[in-house]
Design a protein around this ligand. Structure first.
Ligand SMILES: NC(=O)c1ccc[n+]([C@@H]2O[C@H](COP(=O)([O-])OP(=O)(O)OC[C@H]3O[C@@H](n4cnc5c(N)ncnc54)[C@H](OP(=O)(O)O)[C@@H]3O)[C@@H](O)[C@H]2O)c1
Length: 503
């Protein structure tokens, strides 16, 4: 164990802290890899005991039972990030805690995005967050939540504001998707198993599709935030593009954070939204109407509490994107995310090209000449047997489909699959994403955090899509809650490319 650290959560009385961060910290304390204390900060007038009681109330039974060990090291200090005197009092309080000024401090901004820059500036003014302390020992690091900006211009501005006060190695921009075991396995799977690398390019891959489907509605109390955000900014720009970057990046030369992030940013920079003239053909924006989810009636987005009347915010986005690199030129990347869909799943499907000639499974009654002609002119689609499916959540699995000869006199090929499921292979349950990421930030490992240029490249893509929609006055396609999204999204597949996975 290295020296204990202080984790200072600004926004400690909020939803994220109570629902995600404190359970993660209880888990991290239980894992015992790193000693730390926690100091919750917000304007609410609480003391240590009252804060501990709030935390305990919000934990599930298992975590509550484990909280006893961490609780004595959980403290609370009321402070307002716009009030210097209260931040000075916070500084004194931190100095009084075990280790004082000599220990590393992680400042976690669980505040509204508008407060990110003012909070960093205020912490810096009172000397809590000096520049140049990213490394081990008495480090001073910042973890910053999403959303990081709302477009390229605001993300650039926020990066500039942060860089005016801190070094990049002090800044840990979080995307909790990167804390997921199966997302990290995208790297492991691709760059450990050499058999796939020769196939992983336009020469052998016909199409890649990525789905982040949610069955839940816009969360209670977050409708106002969501309505100003929409599906592209909420999920596509961040979680989905991170998955895409790991699927499409070039091999890194090492596992050093910069080696990996350098390759991810190259892909993100080469990612293209559809051109203006193709935007309506190659993307769909949708919004859910009333329907049924899991056998229960589900109301329309417009009827959700807090959604402004007549809102045209998209709760669904699908896009046929491309990556202009030697590896991926000409391979469509179909991305799809929506709320209130049939089921919750995140999945990547890599669809491999077909053999140059289809020899098998000629339909009965069709002669060879007609079979070849119809395959050539596209009125009959060749069977696409080889698909690699990387299931990220809730199923954590990998499967490869292929064709096998059906027993019998005729040469008929049937679909078959090789399946791997994490639950069958490993007993250990993987640590929740936030637990892993907070421990990494304490250790100064930025591999699973977003660098300034990655965020900006992702926003450039999101802006191009959103600006394209605005310029084309893209219609809002309705889809019933509990469905697979608007039918219009099926048309993003061309010719014999197939269709969306069903998860
Ligand atoms: N909730 C989630 O599941 C979730 C998921 C992903 C990302 N995020 C991001 O995480 C951040 C926090 O979200 P949240 O849902 O937890 O928001 P929230 O429930 O509104 O909490 C905001 C917190 O900030 C505190 N606060 C507000 N003004 C302050 C000030 N001037 N000085 C000090 N503290 C102040 C509030 O407490 P007082 O009123 O007592 O000061 C509260 O503790 C946001 O950036 C959000 O986008 C949240």
């Amino acid at each position: 164990m290295t020296s204990p650290a202080q984790i200072v959560i600004l926004g400690a009385s909020g939803d994220l802290t109570l629902k995600k961060l404190m359970p993660a910290l209880v888990g991290a304390a239980r894992a015992g890899k790193r000693a730390f204390s926690v100091v919750g900060v917000s304007r609410s007038e609480l003391d240590d005991d009252a804060f501990r009681a709030r935390v305990a109330d919000a934990l599930d039974d298992d975590a509550r039972a484990a909280f006893g060990d961490l609780a004595p090291r959980v403290h609370y200090q009321p402070a307002d990030v716009s009030d210097e005197a209260s931040l000075r009092a916070l500084s004194e309080r931190l100095d009084e805690l075990a280790g004082g000024e000599e220990v590393g401090r992680l400042f976690y901004l669980a505040l509204k995005p508008e407060l990110f820059a003012p909070a960093v500036s205020a912490l810096s003014d009172v000397g809590l967050l000096p520049r140049g302390c990213g490394r081990e020992g008495a480090f001073r690091r910042l973890v910053i939540e999403k959303p990081f900006g709302s477009d390229l211009a605001s993300a650039r501005r926020l990066n500039a504001e942060l860089h005016a006060l801190l070094d990049e190695d002090q800044i840990f921009r979080i995307d909790h998707y990167l804390g997921k075991e199966t997302v990290q396995n995208l790297l492991g799977f691709r760059f450990h198993n050499a058999i796939f690398e020769p196939l992983w390019s336009r020469h052998h891959v016909e199409l890649v599709q990525i789905t982040v489907a949610e069955d839940i509605a816009v969360e209670k109390g977050r409708a106002a935030f969501y309505d100003g955000t929409g599906a592209v900014r909420d999920v596509v720009q961040n979680h989905m593009l991170q998955v895409l970057a790991l699927v499409a990046m070039e091999p890194p030369v090492s596992l050093a954070p910069e080696a990996i992030r350098d390759q991810k940013v190259q892909v993100l920079r080469a990612l293209r939204a559809p051109d203006r003239e193709d935007i309506l053909r190659h993307s769909v924006r949708g919004q859910y109407t009333a329907g049924e989810v899991g056998g229960r009636e589900a109301r329309a987005y417009l009827d959700e509490e807090g959604v402004p009347e007549g809102s045209t915010t998209e709760t669904y986005a699908a896009v046929r994107a491309s990556i202009d690199t030697w590896r991926w030129s000409g391979v469509p990347f179909l991305l799809r995310h929506g709320k209130r869909l049939r089921k919750k799943y995140t999945e990547v499907q890599v669809q491999f090209r077909t053999p140059p000639l289809q020899l098998f499974n000629r339909p009965e009654g069709m002669d060879d000449a007609e079979f070849s002609r119809r395959l050539r002119d596209g009125s009959l689609c060749q069977i696409r047997p080889n698909v690699l499916t990387l299931s990220i959540q809730p199923r954590e699995a990998i499967s490869l489909s292929f064709g096998v000869k059906r027993p019998g006199a005729a040469m008929v090929m049937s679909p078959a699959r090789l399946d791997f499921d994490y639950r069958d292979a490993f007993d250990a349950k993987s640590a929740p994403a936030y637990e892993r990421l907070i421990l990494d930030a304490l250790a100064g490992d930025a591999t699973l955090f977003l660098r300034a240029d990655e965020i900006e490249a992702s926003w450039a893509f999101a802006d191009a899509l959103l600006d394209g929609w605005a310029a084309a006055d893209a219609p809002l396609a309705p889809y019933p809650a509990g469905s697979d999204g608007p039918d219009a999204a099926d048309a993003l597949f061309e010719g014999c490319e197939g269709g969306w996975s069903r998860g």
